[in-house]
Design a protein around this ligand. Structure first.
Ligand code: ADP
Ligand code: ZN
Length: 731
């Protein structure tokens, strides 16, 4: 037999399949990891196929050994590997690596197997002793310590020597069994509050499981009972003997959230997230592979959970940016989920209060079933949203961070003994330029996205077409000279709070205060325990936390994400505002949101205020269509990185010329093509240059594969080139 092997070599460009002889005694299968001779050394590799005959007449080398005592890559995953490699232009080996815990490679982690010693079957304590000589002190000692139960071989060996144990085993007096010790992530136990689904929820669960669509969008605000519907569907899937995958943004994988699933399904749940130790991660993964656990809960990468016979895949908060991988290998979680859904004939459910525009569009076109939950389970309404015009505040003489409205409400909330959250909208590296008087924002004339200030050459640039603009010394709209680069830090907000409310207790959550492992959870639980009155934070405080005493939410600089140089910015801002609002007034207390902005009449805020996602959708989808942005086009970025700037630039120029030539041949396939320095010029000592193109939707996959061909044909020594589709950010 012949094994087709993909060698696991990190540095090389090699992504070829090699034939090796498969020695029968190794009993090899497709999906096994093996050691093979490669060049002058031994290398790890993956078997992707077993076949009768080689494709070549050359003498073949043999597989040296098998690395695991199980087959880590399921047949489904081999299929997925081929599809992902084609779709995202990835090396096969990079895809395969996604399917196993990283530490398995290079044998850096194993199952902990321990030997447990008991009396052999049918041998009594007395009988065993009677067969041993009085001077066999160590062996008698072993028997004596076995007593009724048994003991770990390691402990016996330390006390009496391993030879005593093996001598007893040879005589048939004791039995040694191998036991796997599982490293289990500790989870706070949560009581399983079994609720009876209300009519809306029950109908939703029924539709998902028995409706005529394969995939559904569950569209409902936070607190509308989506998680209970997921639990119900999973239960049904399990009782049909199938398995389930539940994906949640990393940041929402709180102990409470995981605890809810543990409480309902116990040991059938395996969790996969970045907080686990390598050992825990490996063991949880193995429990899934072996079928000991049948539900995988985790962040993005759990979409690769080694489960067979998947009955349902759920993606909660589907609009979340964390579902798109921004490091190599780049993939889109929902697309991978769809491939697995189709392979298994399973159901796919994506849930959100603020679906991605593209998802909602698909639902409206009937490509996804649309299930809408109109009400919150506990009957509380959505909080009131007050939009405050910061330009007016400024004209009125207030040039601090807090509007009068927010300051008054903070004071009242403090007096009432309730809690407040202040969210500082500060995304990415970008700084846009805004007039403090009229709120005018500098935008690209061609692309209608905000310009970003570049420090190194003091220019404003458009990140879509690369066009540079001089920094204006006065506002082109009103003539005011107080133009500012939007950016405020959490410390400065805390300072201002302390000045105005000296007795208020504050907590701060941002990149700086959460650097230490566990500090994120510490801050949140301190706030939940009421150790502070006001929590000030960035993006991190937005998601999925339930703080029953929060009645006031302040959103500072709501514009920041609005004028982020990105066509998504309105969508992102809508999502942020409605998620932040979801934090105010849970349970029995009414909530208020104060939203500060320099553009109070922007449609995002008008719709957000009315909690009208569908209205927002209709407006925004229209904007996208008119301006030729996704989902009506596809944005493709070819990113080239190298430590050698000339090299990165040279490569980019060569590829750009070829792509431009192709554009000339088939102009109808392109909206635009441009090349520029990446907004963030150097990351980790590598210079970054990029080509950005917008493809029209017709025959777009054909266009894309042509672009892949151009990139793949390029000789790429000393540089790395990635092709990304609809990148989340342009850094
Ligand atoms: P979502 O996932 O949409 O935010 P959840 O499923 O978490 O909503 O529900 C919000 C809260 O309401 C939870 O505490 C949940 O236990 C409770 N809940 C959900 N459905 C019901 C129900 N039918 N009866 C009683 N309580 C419910
Ligand atoms: Zn532009």
């Amino acid at each position: 037999m012949i094994a087709e092997v993909i060698v696991d070599i990190s540095t090389s460009e090699i992504d070829k399949i090699f034939d090796y002889v498969a020695p029968p005694e190794l009993d090899l299968r497709a999906g096994d990891r093996v050691k093979v001779p490669f060049g002058r050394q031994q290398t790890e590799g993956f078997i992707v196929k077993i076949k009768e005959n080689p494709d070549t007449t050359h003498a073949l080398k043999s597989v040296t050994s098998k690395l695991d005592d199980f087959t880590p890559i399921l047949p489904e995953m081999l299929e997925l590997m081929r599809e992902m490699s084609r779709e995202y232009n990835l090396r096969l080996v990079d895809v395969l690596r996604l399917f196993i815990p990283a530490m398995m490679r290079g044998g850096r982690i194993r199952e902990i197997k321990r030997h447990f010693v008991t009396l052999a079957d049918g041998v009594s304590y007395e009988a065993a002793l009677s067969r041993l000589k009085p001077n066999a002190v160590n062996q008698r000692g072993v028997i004596a310590s076995l007593g009724q139960g048994g003991e770990w071989a390691a402990i016996l060996g330390e006390e009496y020597g391993f030879s005593a144990v093996s001598a007893l085993a040879e005589k048939g007096l004791v039995k040694v069994t191998e036991v796997t010790k599982r490293r289990r992530p500790a989870l706070r136990p949560v009581e399983d509050k079994r609720v009876t689904l209300n009519d809306e929820q029950a109908a939703a669960a029924r539709e998902i499981m028995h409706g005529d669509k394969d995939s559904y969008l569950l569209f409902g605000v936070t607190g509308s009972g989506k998680t209970e519907i997921y639990l119900e569907c999973i239960e049904e899937v399990l009782s049909a003997g199938k398995t389930a995958i539940m994906l949640v943004p990393e940041i929402s994988l709180t102990p409470q959230m995981m605890g809810r699933f543990r409480a309902r399904f116990g040991d059938k749940v395996a969790v996969l997230h970045s907080g686990l130790s390598d050992g825990e991660r490996y063991d949880e993964w193995l429990r899934l592979l072996r079928g000991d656990a049948v539900i995988a809960i985790g962040a993005r990468s759990a979409v690769f959970a080694p489960l067979r016979n998947v009955g349902i895949i759920i993606i909660d908060e589907e609009h979340d940016g964390s579902y798109i991988s921004e490091n190599n290998p780049r993939y889109v979680t929902s697309e991978v989920a769809e491939l697995r859904r189709a392979y298994n004939g399973a159901k796919l459910v994506v849930g959100s209060a603020t679906p991605a525009l593209e998802t909602f569009k698909k639902a409206r076109e009937g490509k996804l079933g649309l299930i809408t939950l109109k009400n919150r389970v506990n009957g509380t309404g959505m909080p009131e949203i007050c939009v405050v015009d910061m330009c007016a505040e400024l004209r009125g003489g207030n040039n601090g961070f807090l509007s009068e409205e927010l300051a008054e409400r903070l004071e009242q909330t403090l007096a009432d003994g309730n809690q407040s959250m202040i969210f500082l909208n500060r995304r990415g590296f970008a700084s846009f330029m805004i007039c403090r008087k009229c709120g005018h924002v500098m935008k690209c004339e061609d692309c209608d996205v905000s310009l970003t200030w570049h420090k190194e050459d003091n220019l404003l640039k458009c990140h879509y077409c690369g066009k540079p603009y001089a920094v204006p010394n006065k506002c082109p709209a009103c003539g005011e000279t107080d133009m500012r680069l939007g950016r405020v830090g959490t410390e400065r907000v805390i300072e201002e709070l302390h000045r105005r409310f000296p007795s208020a207790r504050t907590l701060r959550m941002d990149k700086d205060t959460t650097r230490k492992k566990g500090s994120y959870d510490e801050i949140l639980s301190a706030f939940r325990m009421g150790e502070a009155d006001i929590l000030v934070g960035t993006q991190m405080i937005v998601k999925g936390h339930d703080f029953p005493n929060v009645t006031l939410v302040g959103i500072l600089d709501a514009d920041m994400s609005l004028y982020y140089e990105d066509y998504h910015s309105a969508e992102r801002t809508y999502q942020l505002v409605s998620q932040m609002s979801g934090r105010a007034g849970r349970a029995d207390k009414a909530g208020v949101v104060v939203l500060q902005t320099y553009s109070p009449r922007h449609y995002v805020f008008l719709y957000a205020k009315e909690n009208d996602y569908e209205g927002f959708f209709r407006k925004e989808i229209n904007v996208r269509e008119v301006t030729n942005f996704p989902p009506f086009t596809k944005i493709v970025r070819v990113l080239t990185m190298s430590e050698d700037e000339e090299r990165a630039l040279g490569l980019t120029k060569e590829m750009l010329a070829k792509i431009r030539a192709y554009q000339k041949e088939a102009p109808e396939r392109f909206v635009s093509v441009s090349g520029m320095k990446s907004p963030v010029k150097r990351i980790e000592n590598k210079y970054r240059y990029q080509i950005i193109m917008r493809l029209t939707r017709e025959e777009e996959s054909d266009t894309l594969s042509h672009v892949y061909d151009i990139v793949n044909a390029q000789e790429k020594k000393n540089a790395t080139v990635f092709v990304e589709i609809n990148p989340q950010n342009m850094n």
